[in-house]
Design a binder for this molecule. Structure first.
Ligand code: KMT
Ligand code: NI
Length: 180
């Protein structure tokens, strides 16, 4: 896993877009944003974590032109729309690679920017409910990921809007964020 500021420059979303500006402390940044990250070579560790957090469901998704055919490009663009979920989101990468971008800092402030998390096999992240984020494959156009759900799969993305900004899950996330 590699974590860096997204450079915001034009170009395909699947390019690395790594800003030359270094993040002073990646562990501090992730913990400020309430993001948990692990590297688990064995699925058994994922099973343990899922059990500890009372996760009951999971599925495996392959995002690639081979697996998705004509809808691949559309899906990749949809995943890249800035959104949040009302539940936390656990993703464990089984094969391939891709980018999860998360919003850092307070909304509207100078500090609100995209942080890119480059993930590959064995990497796991827990994104808290209410954090704005987006996903894209990288230039290899292939990722196989396990998605874990506490209860029924409920991965409806709520795309960023004035209305979603006032969602209670967003408000709760922000109040935790603004305490740090
Ligand atoms: C998301 O939240 O956009 C996704 O889970 C993307 C698919 S998982 C690689
Ligand atoms: Ni999501």
């Amino acid at each position: 896993m590699k974590v860096y500021y997204f450079d915001g420059l034009p170009g395909d979303q699947r390019q690395p877009h790594e800003s030359p500006e270094a993040i002073p402390s990646v562990p501090n940044l992730l913990s400020d944003l309430s993001i948990v990250a692990h590297h688990f070579p064995e699925v058994a560790s994922v099973d343990e974590l899922a059990k500890a957090r009372s996760y009951k469901n999971r599925d495996v998704i392959i995002v690639s032109p081979d697996a998705m055919g004509d809808v691949y490009e559309t899906k990749v663009k949809m995943f890249f729309d800035e959104h949040l979920h009302e539940d936390e989101e656990i993703r464990y990468i089984l094969d391939g690679s891709g980018y999860f971008d998360v919003r850092s800092g307070a909304p509207g402030g100078d500090s609100e920017r995209w942080v890119r998390i480059a993930m590959e096999a064995g990497d796991l992240i827990i994104l808290p409910a209410g954090i704005y984020h987006r996903f894209t494959t990288d230039e290899k156009n292939y990722i196989k990921a396990m998605r874990l759900f506490q209860d029924e799969p409920k991965w409806t993305p709520l795309n960023r809007s004035a209305e979603v900004d006032t969602n209670p899950h967003r408000q709760e996330y922000l109040s935790a964020l603004l305490k740090v």
